[in-house]
Design a binder for this molecule. Structure first.
Ligand code: SF4
Ligand code: SF4
Length: 129
């Protein structure tokens, strides 16, 4: 499928309501390095990427530019690496969830004071100092 959108302006495959959407293996955890605790957590005996507001918590929505930016791109789990743009899996994601990113972006635009997920905790901590 050569007409797949530019991933930076798509983000569809980073959206899910499942808390167990992206499994994080031991190898993934090691690759995440210092980002592991921020990006992933354990549910039972297995680790998964953290999810927030219906998408991966490491996905930064940028309303000003309409971008969906993976903040851990270089260290993302193997599951994310395996989902190639333009593959049948990509097409399946687009067919199932294509409306979600635009809705999330519109919501983010309506709440300009909301900080990206990865920064909100640090900001809260800073404000309490
Ligand atoms: S891989 Fe496909 S579904 Fe995922 S962001 Fe890229 S174009 Fe969108
Ligand atoms: S790690 Fe990056 S590519 Fe994988 S689901 Fe999260 S934001 Fe998307």
């Amino acid at each position: 499928m050569n007409d797949a959108p530019d991933c930076l302006h798509c983000g569809v495959c980073c959206f899910s309501d499942l808390e167990t959407y992206v499994r994080v293996t031991g190898e993934d955890w090691t690759r995440l390095g210092p980002d592991a605790d921020r990006a992933a957590h354990f549910i039972g005996h297995r680790a998964y990427l953290k999810m927030v507001d219906g998408h991966c918590a490491s996905l930064e929505l940028r309303p000003a530019t309409g971008e969906f930016f993976c903040t851990i791109y270089e260290r993302r789990p193997q599951t994310c690496r395996d989902l190639g743009r333009g593959t049948p899996e990509c097409a399946g994601e687009l067919a199932a969830k294509s409306a979600r990113p635009a809705a999330a972006l519109a919501h983010a635009k309506a709440q300009p004071s909301v900080t990206p997920p990865g920064h909100s905790q640090a900001l809260r901590a800073a404000l309490q100092m």
